[in-house]
Design a protein. Structure first.
Length: 399
């Protein structure tokens, strides 16, 4: 497919993905808040678990929640499902446009696993489907009856998948696939559990039967999972802009840290919305700050130095420029020869030593410390060349 067409598809799909994602996340956060804010009064109608009064936009709102269902259905019933479906469809479409059509540049890193595009795409599809199946089986198993044990099991599943992804795909693709797998689990919860259970409740009422309370409890469990997984998946969505995360040698550990930090932050909001005060809401932000600081130190460690290079293997400016010309200009040229680009990424053209010097810090970050460039290492840049280039840059680019 023409690179310009892919660029437009990328831009428009990304915009749609953000729009519908905001709608889904917003409704999820609101309903979790609403659930936790419900207050019980003695004069509430039968079956009502609680009510919440709200003020917004100049008006007052009064919401009541029935634990199973009201005695009769209202004439108009609003369903919240299309936000989730549209988010997954637009996200998967982005995966296709960027990582499937551009598999050789973005999905595959032959230094990680030497496979062809068809094989890599098949692995991607298979693991996304398997992620949902395994997650759903865990939730339905005896583990699903204990909230704490289930949380640990889901954590292990996601981190394990991140480990596998990091040993199959490029670092950038590995992080995106973690986000895609979590997103698939979340939308699977809506499509296979939450909405069907709500439909069974409605059908039972229309037939004059009493709905099973277990349907609502199962839907509530999956909705809570979606709420806690939202913050980590948001970071995975934007991670492709930050190579110090996906480009880290142990990037799957970064995924583990993000899951914990996101869960701790989300717990603060949920606990406070439920009325928690004092010690119950005093630990989350300090804990999240300490964990984030520790993650930053862990992530930054590889950027602080590099292996010493024998003086005999050092390169001068001509040698460094030769490495860049050999390994980088397939993309970073006025007219790239890489078929996935019709113009140089980020507008960077390395056609002179001056341009290489001007972008030395970027080259150091992308090609030396995180090894995320060249994309998929399509030009076969060696570890020695990376070390030589890094030593030249750190030494001040001597002639």
């Amino acid at each position: 497919m023409d690179a310009a067409v892919l660029d437009w598809a990328n831009l428009l799909l990304r915009w749609v993905h953000l729009i519908v994602g905001i709608a889904w996340i917003g409704s999820s956060f609101f309903f979790i808040w609403l659930d936790l804010s419900l207050a019980k009064r003695g004069d509430l109608p039968d079956g009502v678990a609680g009510e919440s009064w709200m003020v917004h936009g100049g008006g007052f709102y009064h919401a009541q929640k029935y634990m199973v269902a009201p005695e009769r259905l209202p004439e108009h019933l609003h369903w919240f499902k299309y936000e989730s479906y549209a988010t997954w469809i637009s996200g998967f479409s982005l995966l296709v446009v960027i990582y499937y059509f551009g598999a050789t540049s973005f999905l595959i890193d032959r230094g990680v696993l030497d496979v062809g595009p068809a094989t890599a795409i098949a692995i991607s599809l298979g693991m996304l489907a398997a992620g949902w199946v395994v997650y759903d089986l865990i939730c339905r198993s005896p583990l699903g009856r204990n909230t704490g044990v289930l949380a640990v099991a889901v954590f292990v599943l996601v981190v394990g998948a991140a480990f596998v992804f990091s040993h199959v795909f490029s670092g950038r693709a590995a992080f995106v696939h973690v986000g895609a797998m979590i997103g698939t689990m979340m939308t699977g919860n809506v499509f296979f559990i939450i909405i069907p259970n709500q439909k069974k409740t409605v059908a039972a009422m229309l037939d004059g039967r009493t709905p099973d309370a277990a349907w609502g409890l199962q839907a509530k469990q999956r909705s809570t999972h979606n709420n806690y997984l939202t913050l980590p998946v948001l970071l995975m969505m934007i991670s492709n802009h930050y190579p110090m995360t996906f480009g880290h040698e142990h990037n799957w550990l970064i995924v583990a840290a993000v899951l914990i930090i996101g869960g701790v932050v989300r717990d603060w909001f949920n606990t406070r919305n439920a009325g928690g005060r004092g010690a119950r809401v005093a630990w989350q932000w300090p804990a999240a700050a300490v964990l984030t600081l520790g993650l930053a130190v862990f992530v930054s460690a590889p950027w602080q130095g590099g292996q010493a290079l024998d003086e005999a293997k050092m390169v001068d400016s001509a040698g460094a420029f030769a490495i860049v010309q050999t390994r980088c200009v397939a993309c970073h040229a006025a007219k790239p020869t890489n078929p996935d680009f019709d113009k140089p990424p980020a507008g960077l053209v390395f056609d002179s030593l001056a341009s290489v010097r001007a972008n030395a810090s970027r080259i150091l970050a992308q090609a030396v410390t995180t090894k995320t460039m060249p994309l998929g290492n399509a030009t076969g840049m060696t570890d020695l060349e990376r070390r030589q280039l890094g030593a030249w840059i750190r030494a001040g680019q001597p002639d």
